[in-house]
Design a protein. Sequence first.
Length: 250
Amino acid sequence: MFSFKFQNEQYQFDAQAGWDLSIPLREIPEQVNCFWAPPVSYEPFVADDFVGSIAKGAPVNFFNVRFNPHGNGTHTECVGHISRERFVLHECLQKYHFFAKLISLYPQKTESGDRVILLEQIKAALKPGEAEALILRTLPNDDFKKITRYSGSNPPYMHHAVASYLVECGIQHVLLDLPSVDREEDDGKLLAHKAFWNYPEAPRTHCTITELIYVAPEIPDGFYLLNLQTASFDLDASPSKPVIYPLEQM
């Protein structure tokens, strides 16, 4: 067991008892996909008579990979996703463990027909200063989220007032099981992204948004230690592996 302190309270957790919230990047038709991104592909490197696949006679597997981090699988992004200035995730994300709260809620159908996460729902579930990271599990929740092709479906999203409230609450990292915090097609407004990152006024460069997670039904709502793992691509986003650990207050 390991222990740490958050807001003058002592907690402990079992480092062997984490839950992985990421969706693997698989080269299969059922891979989750959004924003019309090309499918994930893995192809053996070819040079002259060398084909980088043991199945084809090579001594090693040596594959090229094609994917779009925003459109294929679980990914984490920084303010560089929407900024004219160049920000890259591996420079923005300098800490990797956060006190997190997991909540579950039903996106509400609005007059426009959109399904939206609304401010009053979040205010009822999250109070200022409770956590550094918020994990949003939308309901209903089933395995279909891991294989859904969202492009053109106008999936649920977050009202930008929610993003502003998260900033007020001190949330630095938001994770959700949807393709985006914003509407699929919003004429480039990106209101929730901009509100959460406070862009362009005073960009919160240390803050991140993680999309297309999957929180299994057996994981209860509550407080966790979040370990947010990303690859060091020199880009605004990376495939990511958020892992959460149940906490016991000491």
